[in-house]
Design a protein around this ligand. Structure first.
Ligand SMILES: C[S@@+](CC[C@H](N)C(=O)[O-])C[C@H]1O[C@@H](n2cnc3c(N)ncnc32)[C@H](O)[C@@H]1O
Length: 406
């Protein structure tokens, strides 16, 4: 049987041998054998294991598709994530040292997107198996907060009352300070009987809120989250940072980047993850494409004590970025775009007088592209910090400081 030498780890966590041949579950430095089907090795056997190989901490790791890198040591994953950022920047001609990531602990994810369907015996809830439509139950999940793992029976009960006979429910469960916030899509159409069943369930499982297909079906308590001294009640399904520890690390890095700014502009502001804590220091203008999130931010600011003024604006920053005359009102900018990056807005920044930019990114490739634009136009990249809220995954997040060259 042919053997293959793994030379690197791919974007989706597969080992890659020359070819390229993709080898699920393999790590760089390992020699493996298996059956080559197309460009993928199947029935993989690890002939020479890497010193970075560890026993996966989770009992579900073989079958569950929730994590990709449980078989790799924390030190290996941290060093790989640093390299992903270093290499993305190097591809744009930018050389910088990337320090150790700040990694969230196991069982810290405060939000999980479970799948659930009805079965002959009742219902099954969990995550999809690797590369499969099949759902696997994950009662001892090492990734999510124990209160989310404990919610699986509730998710199954939702499928019993709300899934069609063959359909699959997608159930986003968020742990908030006032209990679980549940947002369901893919279920039956809402009617009186379903509404009554959901009300009974919300009481039985003490849920804060249930949304059905994006609409709030019932709310027993507002699901709130602390952001600085403010309490935000996000709209159903709204973007949130994945762990409390990750959120604190990102806010800490943004605070470290922007030293005593007189005015702050928060672009792609969401519900105010950065705007509300930064408003303890300076007045903030928050800009975001989603009206519901801006309303949540405004409501939180109006009900908080001790914050400077926070204004907000709903705006599509891809089509209609802030122009230099608008940017000149601000000394410092926080920018946290989606994976596509912020090419249109980044192009406007160097034409303004903005002196400090805290760039938060969930995509090293678009971050490096946008950073190259800023460097060519007169900013220095002072530091980059990887913040890993997605342990055991290939997802990479970071904060960087860019300062205008004097
Ligand atoms: C990575 S999230 C960051 C949100 C926020 N900074 C936080 O940390 O919670 C990106 C945000 O960009 C918003 N967004 C996506 N496309 C947009 C666009 N074209 N214009 C303005 N906002 C957009 C999303 O709604 C989302 O809130």
């Amino acid at each position: 049987m042919d053997s293959y030498q793994i030379t690197r780890l791919g974007q989706h966590g597969d080992g890659i041998a020359e070819g390229p041949i993709y080898v699920p579950g393999a790590l760089p430095g390992e020699t493996v054998t298996g059956d080559l089907i197309g460009d993928r090795l199947q029935n993989v056997r690890i002939a020479t294991p890497s010193e970075n190989r560890v026993k996966p901490p989770c009992p579900h790791s073989k079958s569950c598709g929730g994590c990709q890198l449980q078989h790799a040591s924390d030190a290996f994953v941290a060093s790989w994530k640093r390299d992903v950022v270093r290499q993305a920047l190097a591809a744009q001609g930018i050389a910088i040292d990337v320090p150790e990531p700040i990694t969230s602990p196991p069982q810290s994810r405060r939000r999980a997107s479970f799948s659930a369907r009805r079965t002959k015996k009742g219902a099954l809830a969990g995550f999809h198996m690797k590369a499969s439509d099949t759902i696997t139950s994950v009662p001892n999940c090492e990734l999510v907060h124990p209160d989310l793992a404990a919610a699986l029976p509730m998710v199954e009960a939702l499928a019993v009352v709300g899934a069609s006979r063959k359909g699959e429910l997608s159930v986003l469960v968020t742990l908030t300070q006032s209990g679980l916030d549940v947002s369901v899509t893919g279920g039956k159409e809402m009617d009186v009987a379903l509404h009554q069943a959901l009300a009974d369930m919300a009481r039985e499982y003490d849920l804060a809120r249930i949304a059905w297909d994006g609409e709030i079906a019932l709310q027993r308590r507002a699901p709130v989250l602390d952001l600085g001294p403010a309490q935000v009640c996000p709209p159903p399904g709204a973007f949130l940072q994945a762990t409390l520890e990750g959120e604190a690390a990102l806010i800490g890095a943004v605070r470290q980047a922007l030293i005593k700014p007189k005015t702050v502009l928060d672009l792609f502001a969401g519900c105010g993850t950065f705007a509300l804590p930064m408003a303890q220091i300076a007045p903030v203008h928050a800009v975001e494409g989603d009206l519901g999130m801006m309303q949540a931010l405004d409501h939180a600011w109006r009900n908080a004590q001790g914050l400077k003024r926070v204004t907000h604006e709903v705006r599509d920053l891809f089509r209609n970025p802030l122009i230099p005359e608008e940017l000149n009102r601000f000394e410092a900018v926080v920018i946290d775009p989606p994976r596509a990056g912020a090419a249109a807005q980044i192009a406007e920044l160097p034409k303004s007088t903005v002196s400090q930019i805290a760039h938060v990114s969930c995509n090293p490739a678009t971050f490096a592209r946008d950073t190259a634009t800023l460097i060519h136009a007169g900013y220095d990249l002072e530091w980059v910090q990887v913040v890993d809220q997605f342990r055991w995954s290939t997802h990479v997040e970071l904060v960087a400081l860019l300062r205008r060259r004097t």
